[in-house]
Design a binder for this molecule. Structure first.
Ligand code: PEP
Ligand code: MN
Length: 348
């Protein structure tokens, strides 16, 4: 059971309520986000809580413990926009474009990629330094060296970095280099990890688990929000279905569904969503048409030689037609790509 405290509360009243909960041995947990305060407790204590002297400061009681509250539009009707070094993710006027390799492989690969991103005025670069690979014998990422390479090249080109954290032991290190922390599909339901990540002040891009329902995805976001980090960005990256021709099935319907259920920004990842290079641009367009706040894609200077996900990575030369297509679809839904934001590079 969740007690939502009235917006205009007196801190003293909340303190008194907490004291009463302690005095009557009522188990509880205090949470703040988006300027509101919640108290979790067990449903069996409902009558006891309502009988307390301070119960008048409770705005409402939400009976089920399985609901997401902070993540819901009912709780926060206005769209959440997350500022990443001056560029908003989730701004209803813009579609964010995030591009980069699956894995950071070497300096030259990143230099070639960053040059091309800059040519298109792209603001965000992606690239993993710690890779969650299905086989232990596949390339696992460059680790610290990879983080150093992407940070240096991103700084030279005023790019913001989105990179994955795969384990609690790596949070501090990745935070030194990343602007946005990515939670991979395989980690979406690693709740202890999510709670640890929430202790950082970095925005967190939460990929949908490949076997997860929309509600489970929103509850995973709720773990982060209720643990004190309000900067969650959702990312639809396809789910496993019975189809065996594609790596995943891009759940386009989930995009407008989640946009209606939640105020959090939703980014589409048609690279992992399809696994097939030629489907990335059309599915990026479809995602934008369906209301996605942004698109994250994999690109590589030489996909044939990529150490991971080459078959779903666009050639750098394909970025031209990708930008052309996505900007046309964005215009059809009254948006612009964030690449159109007037922007002065702060080159070294
Ligand atoms: C990735 O972004 O390269 C990645 C590993 O994604 P996912 O967790 O969606 O498989
Ligand atoms: Mn990948």
């Amino acid at each position: 059971m969740i007690l939502i405290i009235k917006q205009e509360f007196d801190q003293l009243e909340v303190d008194n309520l907490i004291n009463e909960l302690v005095e009557y041995s009522i188990p509880h947990n205090l949470v703040h986000a988006y300027g509101k305060t919640l108290i979790h407790s067990e449903a069996s204590y409902k009558d006891k809580i309502l009988a307390l002297n301070q119960s008048s400061i409770i705005e409402r009681l939400v009976p089920s413990g399985s609901e997401y509250i902070f993540a819901s539009r009912a709780f926060k009707p206005e769209q959440t926009i997350i500022d990443v070094k001056g560029i908003g993710i989730g701004d209803p006027n813009y579609v964010n474009i995030i591009a980069g390799p699956c894995s950071v492989e070497n300096e030259n690969q990143l230099l070639l990629t960053a040059n091309e991103l800059r040519r298109h005025n792209i603001k965000f670069i992606r690239g993993g330094a710690h890779k969650p690979r299905t086989s232990p014998y596949s390339f696992q990422g460059l680790g610290t060296k990879g983080l150093q390479i992407i940070r240096e090249i991103a700084d030279d080109n005023d790019l913001r970095i989105i990179t994955e954290v795969i384990d609690t032991t790596l949070i501090d290190e990745v935070c030194k280099y990343a602007d946005v922390l990515q939670v991979g599909s395989r980690n979406m339901q690693n709740y202890y990890f999510l709670k640890e990540l929430a202790k950082t002040d970095k925005p967190i891009l939460l990929k949908r688990g490949m076997y997860s329902k929309v509600e489970e995805w929103l509850l995973a976001a709720e773990y982060i929000l209720s643990s004190g980090n309000a900067k969650v960005i959702l990312c639809e990256r396809g789910i496993r279905t019975f189809d065996n021709l594609l790596r995943n099935t891009m759940d386009i319907a989930a995009i407008p569904l989640v946009k209606s259920l939640s105020h959090l920004p939703v980014i589409a990842d048609p690279s992992h969503g399809t696994g097939m290079r030629n489907l990335v641009t059309p599915l990026a367009g479809a995602s934008i048409a369906a209301g996605a706040d942004g698109v994250m894609i994999e690109v590589h200077p030489n996909p044939e030689l990529a150490l991971s996900d080459g078959e779903q990575s666009l050639y750098l030369e394909q970025l031209d037609s990708f930008i052309q297509h996505t900007s046309a679809i964005a215009a059809a839904v009254n948006k612009k790509l964030d690449t159109s934001i007037n922007y002065k590079y702060n080159l070294k």
